[in-house]
Design a protein around this ligand. Sequence first.
Ligand SMILES: O=C(O)C(=O)[C@H](O)CO
Ligand SMILES: [Mg+2]
Length: 258
Amino acid sequence: MPKFAANLSMMFTELPFLDRFEAAAKAGFKYVEYLFPYDYPKEQLKVKLQQNGLQQVLFNTAPGNVQAGEWGVSAIPGREADSQRDIDLALEYALALNCPNVHIMSGVVPPGENYAKYKQTFIDNVRYAADKFKPHGIKILLEALSPQVKPNYLTASQFQTLELVDLIDRDNVFVQLDYFHAQNVDGNLSRLTDALKGKFAHVQIASVPDRHEPDEGEINYQHIFAKLDEIGYDGWVGCEYNPRGNTEDGLKWFEQYK
Ligand SMILES: O=C(O)C(=O)[C@H](O)CO
Ligand SMILES: [Mg+2]
């Protein structure tokens, strides 16, 4: 049975961020993920996790200057120092929060820029991170984002991310398989899951096309969850969706998995 993690950046947004931990625990979650921890001291987040009996399973490196259109800097040529600073900070948080996975955000490649240069910059920066995280047993995750959500992100297809994982060639670097983006770009989700078997170490879910609860839309998540069990996937499944309304009211799909 999948181990579900509440995504506190998207779920329970009726509440201030720090109150979402308790809400997730009360709703029956044992695991949480969220985009960025950096607005809060790590000690404060650690207490929230402990108080509510939760394990943090994922967060991301810092996004850079979001107002200026950045969504990660690790692929941007000339920003290597910023990338390494973000990676070092992520490692500090991961150690303090005992978090087993960190997603390294690549960034956007503006049209007309030299794609190969961005790709190589990302490969170099992820290798830096992989070697720093390895002694601590922390996995690095790379994600493809569909153009509907983030146009011109370094990778849109799961297969582009898989190629990067192979080129980076470090045994603690994996694909973060977000089925919402995968359905938008690649489709054929059962075969895709087989093709990525052993190469992904975290999953995220949401309905397509509306990115709501996994009980509507064009993806049959009952089938996907059975597929993940069938291939022996033992990582977490992050609920990275925008609730249709009140978060708790939308959690009927989760009843059978508590
Ligand atoms: O947007 C997503 O799907 C994510 O998982 C990232 O963490 C942020 O882009
Ligand atoms: Mg995702």
